[in-house]
Design a protein. Structure first.
Length: 302
């Protein structure tokens, strides 16, 4: 693991937005799930529901069924899902589906147990504001491969390059909203956990620490779970020395320009940034991965 001698800060040129002090919304406590439909391994594929206008246009949680060759009888229907004591909603235990038969006896193997679908839930917002929606998969498989979700009619993209989790800043108005999350996975080994968090903020005193509770929305939110670093063995850098981490423009309407990464910390740090891949302008709520190549001073480890 890279020593914690090197710290990276994102410097941006963007407008700041005042953050409201309202309570954070609670994620849906009841989900309507429409699945399973087949899809290709590690492929985006197509959504079968687009034939009827997509998930935002079809009737919700009624008695309608839709074609699916994964279900005995060839029709997928709506089911219910509820969070357990830890907040996870189990997925994959669909009625009239024999995953063992599809994967083993019928000869399809792993590919025969892959599925996709949608999970829909309602939540309430007490006050207009920007909030960060975080969803993750409890067993690190591929619940979010297709990286697509909706709040009401507004689509947004996970965009973190991860199978198992995503974070999205959303500007929400007071009232009740519907969250639609595209889900996918293998057989019954899937579950989903969603929660809302406060956005990343900075003091309103221009970046200087202050005891005041007033704060403004930080233009970027670093997605800490995406951090990847090279290894240093006895003062020698293993591999090409690339560090990467993802971040998101958490502003609801403003583009983000002139994003750069600078090294801060000890002036004699043994790890220094050698090269950084360019970062393009980022649209509102767009995520990007910063890639930096570092070099090591062997004498620093002597």
């Amino acid at each position: 693991r890279l020593p914690r001698i090197m710290n990276c800060l994102l410097y941006v040129c963007a407008a700041f937005v005042v953050v409201s002090g309202g309570s954070v919304p609670i994620a849906p406590q009841e989900w309507d799930i429409l699945a399973p439909f087949p899809y290709g391994y590690r492929q985006l594929g197509g959504d079968p529901l687009e034939r009827w206008g997509g998930i935002t246009k079809i009737p919700r949680a009624d008695n309608s069924t839709y074609p699916s060759e994964l279900v005995n009888g060839g029709r997928a229907s709506w089911t219910k899902g509820y969070p357990d004591k830890d907040g996870y909603v189990r997925l994959g235990a669909f009625p009239h589906v024999n995953w063992t038969y599809l994967g083993v006896y019928y000869g399809f193997g792993f590919a025969g147990q892959l599925w996709q679908g949608w999970a829909l839930g309602d939540f309430s917002v007490e006050e207009d504001g920007t909030y960060v929606l975080t969803c993750r998969d409890g067993d690190f498989t591929q619940t979010f491969t297709q990286s697509l979700a909706y709040v009401d009619e507004l689509p947004f993209n996970f965009g973190t390059g991860s199978y198992s989790w995503g974070q999205w800043p959303l500007h929400l108005t007071k009232g009740t909203h519907t969250l639609r999350v595209h889900i996918s996975g293998q057989a019954t080994s899937e579950n989903i956990y969603c929660e809302f968090k406060e956005p990343s903020t900075v003091p309103s005193s221009g970046g200087v620490e202050s005891s005041s509770s007033s704060s403004v929305l930080s233009p970027v939110r670093v997605l800490h779970d995406t951090f990847m670093s090279p290894h240093i063995v006895r003062g020698t850098l293993v591999g090409q020395g690339w560090i990467s981490f993802s971040f998101v423009n958490q502003q609801p309407t403003e583009w983000l320009y002139n994003v750069s990464v600078e090294q801060t910390g000890l002036p004699t740090a043994p790890v220094t940034v050698k090269h950084m891949m360019p970062i393009p302008p980022l649209a509102p709520r767009q995520a990007w991965t910063a890639n930096l190549q570092v070099e090591v001073s062997p004498s620093a480890f002597n």
